[in-house]
Design a protein around this ligand. Structure first.
Ligand code: NAP
Length: 291
């Protein structure tokens, strides 16, 4: 058996096409959705991520402004930039690219973002709304993208067993909350680095989501035949057979596709959906302000 590949890139482009229509409606009402991206430092991966986000803005018709800050930016300077964006009425979404430079406190910066402009969905107010079962606001992008992938593939999780491997603030924990929400109704287990018999737990699951950041950890014998496997991991691994000397790998061994029923690829699965959900949150933030 070979898994149905869940194409996040194609789904993301479809979602962005719908968003472009909503952007046009907003513009007709005199509102131009506007995302401000703050990039502090010269981390090469962050440069690529920010460029991809700006390209997505172009596809959707969203205005984007990039604010570059030096590697030695202070916490106070970063906070001041965020405060200015909070009070700028033309800005609907604020994103401070992670990781912020050494010596700055990323969590504290997140908390200074106006929750109504927090398009990453990481502010305690937005995470708190999620805990309360309110999913109509600004949701964290990667978990929201995963839910969209599952819904688009018509995978029914009502009463089914889901295992989320990884309990981070940005992926694992909010995703577990979303999967357990009324309407999705999965029975969720959160696994992490201290979990005993993680393979055995995964083998009972109808859905396994891997968000651990360790290349190709999840193996075929961890997966129940026909289960859905979502691979969040983005890992750069050495590959001497390539000119670049490296390749991107997920957290799941690609051979898992021989036993899974559905599976996301890396690249082209969860990654593009994360960006599409950022676009979606920016449009939503502009719409909420208008209404
Ligand atoms: P993180 O903050 O480092 O969290 C990793 C989680 O995995 C932790 O909860 C950790 O457990 C757990 N873990 C680590 N090794 C484990 C193991 N061997 N067995 C079981 N659990 C283990 O990472 P993150 O930010 O959630 O990101 C996870 C991965 O997703 C990374 O590769 C990242 O690049 C990728 N990512 C992709 C996207 C996307 O758009 N595709 C978005 C965000 C992140 P403890 O809590 O016990 O330490």
């Amino acid at each position: 058996m070979s898994a149905v590949i869940l194409d996040g890139k194609a789904l993301g482009l479809r979602i962005e096409a719908h968003l472009a229509q909503r952007v046009a409606t907003l513009k007709n009402s005199g509102v131009e959705p506007h995302l401000a991206v703050v990039l502090a430092g010269d981390d090469p991966a962050s440069q690529v991520y920010v460029r991809n986000k700006q390209r997505a803005c172009e596809r959707c018709g969203i205005k984007s402004t990039r604010i570059d800050l030096p590697n030695d930016v202070s916490q106070e300077q970063l906070m001041r930039v965020v405060a200015n964006l909070n009070s700028d009425e033309s800005v609907h979404g604020i994103l401070v690219q992670s990781p912020t430079p050494n010596g700055t406190d990323e969590l504290a910066i997140t908390e200074t973002i106006d929750p109504s402009k927090d398009v990453d969905g990481f502010h305690p107010t937005n995470l708190g709304r999620l805990v309360m079962g309110q999913t109509d606001g600004l949701l964290p992008c990667t978990p929201a993208g995963i839910i969209q992938i599952i819904e688009d593939a018509n995978i029914d999780l009502i009463g089914k067993k889901a295992v989320v491997i990884g309990r981070s603030r940005i992926v694992g924990m909010p995703l577990a909350l979303l999967l357990a929400q009324k309407g999705i109704d999965a029975t969720v287990t959160i696994a992490h680095s201290k979990t005993e018999d993680i393979e055995g737990i995964c083998r009972t699951a109808d859905l396994v989501v891997a968000a651990i950041g360790r290349a190709e950890t999840i193996q075929t014998d961890w997966i129940k035949p026909g289960a859905t496997v979502i691979d969040v991991g983005i890992n750069r691994v050495v590959d001497d057979s390539r000119d670049s000397g490296s390749r991107l790998a997920g957290d799941v061994d690609p051979a898992v596709s021989e036993v899974a029923g559905h599976m996301t690829p890396v690249p082209g699965g969860v990654g593009p959906m994360t960006i599409s959900m950022l676009m979606s949150n920016t449009v939503r933030a502009a719409e909420i302000l208008l209404n």
